[in-house]
Design a protein around this ligand. Structure first.
Ligand SMILES: [Zn+2]
Length: 201
């Protein structure tokens, strides 16, 4: 199934899948390691699972349904495909970030003491659905209707991509306090989410 989806991704996109240039397809050289890295029902939770195709990338799952690793891997490929399309990645900074990202999935939303909305307006004490925890670590609530496309995964990955590119995650989004995030980044997220929905993610 995943193979078919990947082939479809190649045809759908104008990127090369031959290994030349920046391909959305990551190699799966560590396949034996990924195959043995599974969420084990009955074992204590949360559990850490390696994400196939992305070298050292991992996810911390609160249960074995949130989310199967192949779903997260596909979502990350969709993210990279869209990032490439919008912004390019000539120095591979975003690719490198994806290869060591840790995604901590949550089943409940959190409250943040302070932050910024998408327009750069500051808020205090607000319910949040995602957060940058460190340079390569994000916490993401599982999403409405248990869909990755309805979660903040694409949004938080944009923060980490900007962190990798510019040294700052740009906490105020489209606001002018921090540099990096533009309207195009917000558009890219919508576009990526549409593509996730096309794969029923
Ligand atoms: Zn944000």
């Amino acid at each position: 199934m995943i193979k078919k989806i990947l082939i479809a991704l190649c045809f759908l996109s104008s990127i090369t899948c031959s290994g030349h240039g920046t391909s959305v397809l990551f190699s799966n050289e560590n396949k034996p390691i990924y195959e043995s890295s599974l969420c084990v029902p009955g074992d204590p939770l949360p559990q850490m699972v390696l994400i196939p195709f992305f070298e050292e990338a991992s996810q911390i799952v609160p249960n074995c349904k949130t989310y199967p690793k192949y779903m997260t891997a596909l979502a990350m490929m969709v993210f990279y495909h869209k990032w490439e399309e919008y912004f390019g990645d000539s120095d591979y900074a975003v690719r490198g970030m994806l290869q060591k990202v840790m995604i901590q999935w949550g089943t409940t939303k959190k409250t943040s003491k302070r932050g910024f909305n998408i327009h750069g307006e500051a808020f205090t004490e607000r319910v949040i659905i995602g957060r940058v925890e460190a340079k390569n670590i994000i916490w993401v609530w599982q999403g409405y209707n248990h869909k990755i496309s309805q979660s903040a995964l694409m949004h938080e990955l944009v923060h980490l991509a900007l962190y990798a590119k510019n040294g700052s995650p740009d906490a105020d989004h489209e606001g002018s306090k921090y540099k990096g995030w533009t309207f195009a980044h917000s558009l890219m997220i919508d576009d990526a989410k549409d593509m996730l929905r096309a794969f029923n993610l």
